[in-house]
Design a protein around this ligand. Structure first.
Ligand SMILES: *Cc1c(COP(=O)(O)O)cnc(C)c1O
Length: 396
């Protein structure tokens, strides 16, 4: 019989039934320390009391009105995002891919109203991940995600990361925009050289292109700043966020300058659910947590500690790990053994960690994680590594 759930996931046979801060509890009562945070989503921990209160309070008042009416929570959340970023304007979506889709539409529309209807091409970079819709798989460019779903959406091309000559060869009279993650997530927690990102800004300025940052994973404090672009001394024209901004409630957003957004007039875009009162209640509360004094300092401090501990872990288990990379609480362990072997061993030890491309184990704990929880996590990772080493020794 065909599975009642479309079998597109290779799921681990665990059902979590409850969460509290950095901890998850499974059906069988087993407790896990969560270094995955639902893929960078539960940035404020599980069952955060402030987010629970915001959601339940709104749930008793009003769930949905459609975007035919003013939604006060959209106004306040947009004002806060604008006050704390490069952006002048915000559109709320339900997911990251929807924000990326809008970024593509906005970039083409910008060129169209600027007298360049011929500029439609969006250039992305190898190792990228921008989502699973038809346009975002075209931008992602990963053959695994494209196979059998052709024809590929037109107007998306990819060049190698940090290859300026290849980029300059690809840019032509048809180019509208570049899209990049300032730190690649799914691709393997691959950092991008700041000089390269700054060079993209200059190319876009010189050639009248828009620079789109996909901060769906890096956004809302993950790297130790509210947005990763803040480390660079440059700003994008358009930025996509999602994941952490809802703290676990489906919410994404597109942020843009007034100039980039100038073509998006009444009727050019819309959504039924995007920015609904429930999402806005949680989003406002989540952003308030991220903006609270000391929050980002905490992320920086605990991230520094985790990074240093991971360095020691790699040194202690040279047959298992190759190196540590990433920024803030978005860290990756490049593995010498299959990343899935380590993920399984860590889970058996009671720690949830995530896979990423390039044989990397990805660590994305809640941003609220404490130093003592990091210590517990390191203990569990050391134990998992030791188990794998003894298995390896026994097999020889
Ligand atoms: C998760 C992610 C997306 C896709 O977001 P969805 O909400 O799954 O559509 C896009 N870009 C990046 C960088 C992501 O990490």
């Amino acid at each position: 019989m065909f599975p009642v759930l479309l079998p597109t996931y290779n799921r681990t046979d665990i059902a979590f039934v409850r969460g509290e801060g950095s901890w998850l509890f499974a059906e069988d009562g087993k407790r896990y320390l969560d270094f995955g945070a639902g893929i960078a989503v539960n940035a404020f921990g599980h069952a955060n009391p402030k987010l629970v209160a915001a959601l339940t309070e709104q749930a008793g008042k009003l769930w949905h009105t459609s975007n035919l009416y003013r939604v006060p929570g959209q106004q306040s959340l947009a004002e806060k995002l604008v006050a704390n970023s490069f952006a002048d304007t915000v559109f709320f979506t339900n997911s990251g891919a929807e924000a990326a889709e809008l970024a593509f539409k906005m970039a083409r529309r910008y060129q169209y109203v600027s007298g360049h209807p011929e500029r439609y091409q969006i250039i992305s970079f190898e190792g990228a991940f921008h989502g699973r819709t038809l346009a975002t798989i075209a931008a992602t460019g990963n053959e695994k995600y494209l196979e059998g779903f052709g024809p590929k959406v037109q107007g998306f091309d990819q060049v190698p990361l940090e290859d300026l000559p290849a980029l300059n060869r690809m840019i032509g009279p048809q180019t509208a925009a570049l899209i990049i993650e300032p730190l690649q997530g799914e691709g393997g927690v691959r950092p991008v050289a700041p000089e390269f990102l700054r060079a993209l800004r200059k190319i876009c300025d010189d050639k009248g292109l828009l620079l789109i940052f996909d901060e769906i994973q890096t956004g809302i404090g993950r790297t130790g700043k509210l947005f990763a672009y803040e480390w660079l001394g440059i700003v994008p024209d358009i930025m996509c966020i999602a994941k952490a901004i809802g703290g676990g409630f489906p919410l994404g957003a597109l942020l843009a300058t007034a100039e980039a957004a100038k073509g998006m007039t009444v009727g050019t875009h819309g959504t039924t659910f995007g920015g609904n009162p429930l999402a806005m209640a949680v989003g406002n509360a989540a952003l308030d947590l991220a903006l609270a004094p000391g929050f980002l300092e905490h992320v920086g401090k605990v991230a520094g500690y985790l990074n240093q501990q991971l360095g020691a872990l790699v040194a202690a288990h040279p047959a298992i790990f190759e190196s540590v990379r990433g920024q803030g609480l978005m860290l990756g362990l490049k593995m010498k053994i299959p990343n899935t072997d380590f993920i399984t061993a860590a889970r058996q030890a009671g720690l949830v960690v995530l896979p990423a491309g390039d044989n990397v184990v990805r660590l994305l704990p809640p941003l609220t994680i404490s130093e003592s929880e990091v210590r517990e996590g390191m203990e569990l990772m050391n134990r998992a590594a030791a188990t794998l080493e003894s298995q390896k020794a026994a097999a020889q």
